[in-house]
Each structure stands twice: as structure tokens, then as C-alpha cells.
Design a protein around this ligand. Structure first.
Ligand code: ADP
Ligand code: MG
Length: 395
């Protein structure tokens, strides 16, 4: 799960990370009131969306008067920001952060993330922080310094020191940097984060070390331990399909293609995506219905899939274990009737009572539902039907 910058900063502050004073605002009036309350000469008006790259997209503005705060707040609130992280559709700004302006000497990068190869938390830092960090990672990877953290020891002070020196901080601020690294690591661990990123981490002209941006991602599977974090969820920032799916207990992942994949089990999900790709198709998503294949569940799954305009066909690839194939087949047929299918559905079943299951599908008078003999044939069939649909649309 993702949260907004202002929420992240508030969490980090409670762990001792130094952040600028600031306040969230949901309207122009609140923005003006927040700026007056801050009372600083320079204020920064920052769009709050679940995506970075706001600065370059015009979502971060420096205001030198209350009038300017008002003007920028009016401009940014309600605007659709398109950044390199939002995708072409962009994201509508519903919240702002009004923050005290910082007199920046230099911008750095600092983050903690889980490295799956070493199964450790890794601290990454660079003196080339700021809005072009992606380019630095691409063209000068040696400028990104890493420290792998032993889970039993935690972030050792020699590691923080070594990182701070390699990042070329001035000796006068190294102490502050080390402290901030320790605080960020404690927050990362305590809140079960999967990412904690400060970009930029700045040194000001009066030699203060401050986290100017904050991005925290949380491990969804650990959210039950953090009701305070779960409360920060902003549903308007999330894909409504993923949200509906989560409510039903489905695992659902949106992809870019046009073949929806309904499966049971994570392994079969991967294999299904692979086989669609293998035969030249593009998966639109996969939805794991899990162990429950009741008519209601399958109908819900169909509805979620059909709510995506991209979807031009559905491949149901289910292995009947505890759930028997005849029950699944009955569920698919009933759900198809209930939902009113608008795209073809190819069904591949295997497992317990597969004969009876296939018989039910063969006999069903739902023309959109087509039985496949095997996973390979099913994948090829749905790709062929989707291509036909596309040809029809173009023709
Ligand atoms: P994003 O990463 O989405 O572009 P940031 O919060 O990193 O957004 O802001 C972009 C840039 O705006 C920063 O690199 C920094 O130069 C500037 N900036 C952000 N907050 C402040 C602030 N409080 N005072 C001064 N400059 C700021
Ligand atoms: Mg940033």
C-alpha cells in the first residue's frame, strides 16, 4: 500500500527524521490558512498524489506570498497531473501539502528497500539526488552506493558512516546524516515498509539535513499489524478494479493487454500469463479466485474483468482440486448467464471430476462460453477470438 507524502512525513517525523514544517490542505482556503499558520517567507505548494515526478509536471510550486499560495493552490487542486509515474491518464490532485520553503544547498538521494536476491534490506544513497535520479541509475549506476543490512544486527553505525562519507557529505553534517539514516531505518522496520525513499534529502545553506520528499510503501500482508497505517489508505488513488477484487478476497493484478485470465492459485496465474504471451497474446490482468468457486464468486470475478474496456476475451484456467470441476463448470455457466457476457470466454478445466465438468460446459447453451481441451489449445483459442474481435472493431 502507498500513502501520500504528507502522511509519510508525519510517520517519519515520529521516528526522528527531520522534515520541514507543513500541513495538508483539501481546499484553497485551507491552503491559505496553512500558509498563514506556517508564517514563513517562502512556502511550497505540493500536489499530493500517489506518484513521483510531480516537480517536473508542475505539481510543486514555490510561493513567496500568501497571494501566490492562493494562486498556486487554485491552479493545482483539481488538476490532472501527468508525470512519468502516473501513466498517460495522469492523476487528479485532491490534496495539497503546504510546506515551509527550504534554502537548498545540495540534493541527495536516500532509500531503504528489500533486496530479494540477498534477502536483506538494502540502504541506497547517492549524491546525485533530486528529480533526475532515474537517469543517474541508468547512466551512472556507480553513483548509487549500497549497504546491505544484516537483519540480526540492524543498520550498524559504521555502515551509516561509510555511506555518508561515500555520498560526499561535508564532515560538519555527517552526524546529522547518520542520525537520519538510523531514524529512517527504524521507521522502515517498525512499519513493515517495502520501500522508504527520501528524494531529495537536502543539506540547506545553514547546514541542516532535511528530508524534503518522502515515499513510503507498505507490505500489504503486514498491514493487519498496523491499523494506524491502514487507516491512511486513499481509495481514490487506487485502481477501483483492484480494490473491488481485494474486497472479494481475490488476488488481482492489472496488466496492459486484452486477455483477462481467471485462475486459481498463484503458480497457475504465472503459467497462464506465460502461455498467453508464448502464443503472442497480451494478458489484461490475472484474477486468482482462490479456493472458492461459487456462482457468486465467479460472477463477481467476471464483473470485475468486464468493467475493464481493455478486456476483449477471458481465459478461465482452473485446476479442480478440493473444488471439483463439475462445481466450477456449473459456476461458470450460471455466472455467465447472470452477468451477460459481452466477450468470449474460453474455459480450460483439469482435475477432479473433469469429465463431468466438461460435459456441463458442452451442454450449456451460453454461446460465449467455449470449452478448451488443453491449456495450450485454450490459450491459442482465446487469442484467436480476441484477434477476431479486434478485426471486427477495426473493420
Ligand atoms: P517529486 O519527487 O514528485 O518531483 P519532490 O517533493 O521531490 O517531488 O519535489 C520536487 C523538487 O521540488 C525537489 O527536488 C526540490 O528541489 C523542490 N522542493 C520540494 N519541496 C521543497 C521545499 N519544501 N522547499 C524547497 N524546495 C522544495
Ligand atoms: Mg521527490
Amino acid at each position: 500500500m502507498n500513502i501520500h507524502e504528507y502522511q509519510g512525513k508525519s510517520i517519519l517525523k515520529s521516528y526522528g527524521v527531520v522534515v520541514p514544517n507543513g500541513k495538508a490542505a483539501f481546499s484553497v482556503e485551507e491552503a491559505v490558512a496553512a500558509a498563514k499558520e506556517l508564517g514563513t517567507k517562502v512556502c511550497v505548494v505540493k500536489a499530493q498524489i500517489h506518484a513521483g515526478g510531480r516537480g517536473k509536471a508542475g505539481g510543486v510550486k514555490v510561493a513567496k506570498s500568501i497571494e501566490e499560495v492562493k494562486a498556486y493552490a487554485t491552479e493545482i487542486l483539481g488538476k490532472t497531473l501527468v508525470t512519468h509515474q502516473t501513466g498517460p491518464a495522469g492523476k487528479v490532485v485532491n490534496r495539497l501539502l503546504i510546506e515551509e520553503g527550504c534554502d537548498i544547498k545540495k540534493e541527495y538521494y536516500l532509500s531503504f528497500v528489500i533486496d530479494r536476491n540477498t534477502a536483506r534490506v538494502v540502504m541506497m544513497g547517492s549524491e546525485e539526488g533530486g528529480m533526475d535520479i532515474e537517469a543517474v541509475a541508468d547512466t551512472m549506476p556507480e553513483k548509487i552506493i549500497k549497504e546491505y543490512i544484516d537483519p540480526l544486527v540492524g543498520l550498524a553505525s559504521f555502515q551509516a558512516k561509510r555511506m555518508a562519507f561515500k555520498m560526499n557529505f561535508a564532515p560538519t553534517v555527517i552526524g546529522q546524516v547518520e542520525k537520519l539514516m538510523g531514524a529512517l531505518y527504524r521507521a522502515f522496520m517498525a512499519k513493515d515498509c517495502s520501500l522508504a525513499e527520501i528524494n531529495p534529502l537536502v543539506v540547506t545553506n545553514d547546514d541542516k539535513v532535511i528530508a524534503l520528499d518522502a515515499k513510503l510503501n507498505f507490505d500489504d500482508s503486514a498491514l493487519y499489524r498496523h491499523p494506524d497505517v491502514a487507516e491512511l489508505r486513499d481509495e481514490s488513488e487506487e485502481d477501483p478494479k483492484e480494490h473491488d477484487a481485494a474486497k472479494e478476497g481475490f488476488s488481482y493484478v492489472t496488466l496492459d493487454g486484452n486477455v483477462a485470465c481467471m485462475v486459481n492459485g498463484a503458480g497457475l496465474a504465472m503459467a497462464t500469463v506465460d502461455i498467453i504471451k508464448h502464443y503472442g497474446g497480451e494478458p489484461a490482468n490475472f484474477l486468482d479466485v482462490g479456493g472458492d468457486s461459487s456462482v457468486e464468486k465467479i460472477a463477481k470475478a467476471f464483473k470485475i474483468m468486464l468493467s475493464d474496456d481493455q478486456v476483449k476475451g477471458i481465459f478461465v484456467n482452473i485446476f479442480g482440486g478440493i473444488n471439483k470441476c463439475d462445481v466450477i463448470a456449473g459456476g461458470v455457466v450460471e455466472a455467465a448467464k447472470l452477468v451477460g457476457l459481452t466477450v468470449p470466454v474460453v474455459v480450460r478445466l483439469e482435475g477432479t471430476n473433469v469429465k463431468e465438468g466438461r460435459e456441463i460446459l458442452r451442454k450449456a447453451d451460453v454461446p460465449e462460453v467455449i470449452l478448451a481441451e488443453s491449456m495450450e489449445k485454450g490459450a491459442q483459442k482465446i487469442i484467436e477470438l480476441v484477434a477476431k474481435q479486434n478485426a471486427k472493431l477495426i473493420g
